[in-house]
Design a protein. Sequence first.
Length: 270
Amino acid sequence: MTANHDLAEDIREYWSRRSETFDLAFGHHIAPGPEAVAWAEPMRHLGPAPLKVLELACGTGEVTRLVHDLGHDVTALDFAEPMLAVARAKHSGKPRLRFLHADAQRTMEPDASYDAILCRHLVWTLTEPEVAFADWFRVLRPGGRLLVYDGDWTRPAPSGRLAAWILARWDRLAPDPCHDGAMSERHVDIMRRLPASDGLTFRRLAPLLEAAGFAAIHELSHDPIARAQRATQGLRNRLRTQVYRRFILIAEKPARTELPRRFARSSPSC
């Protein structure tokens, strides 16, 4: 049994339950057109197609569609079987695509078997992030890249406090049955028990990935995605794009792999 077993099962149950309405929720469904283009643009940093790509926590297959449409061979993984069932039905019959029921923290995939890994809104949910990052580093080939879309869902950004205040009152007057936001009771209960309970940011994530062996870690702007979302959404969803600080991270497994920092011997000072 792994550490945080009960929490991991609570997370699995939570996402399994949400599978029925997930594609109706803003922030998870990706609208075709400018929003899809904005989400896909950072994927071009993974390298030219065709690559062998592992998508972690694929959910209902929204990001899967984008990375597959770029011409890559995709393995889309999730540990919630109901989510995978939706994704499989959505992408039935497509070539160069397989779905895998597995844990994103322990993929059980062969060493150095993927050119790229990507995930959206996964890292904040990791119960054992160091285990996960070591596993991702292991399954990447030397020179392979990692792409992460995520955010700090623990508290509104300073610039998003007014939007959060308006939305809280709006939701009390007219609840959105398809939107289970970061302030929902179940979401909050899970978040407070996670290693990222104090918030996930690029600055906090980058050193953890560096310790796992990743290099060339840099941040890409999430603003183009938010702008594309606001261009086609009503007021309620436009406000939702303003509440939290979101980020995109790209990292690389060095072509010449060195020991992760925590295993490296310290050298004497000169």
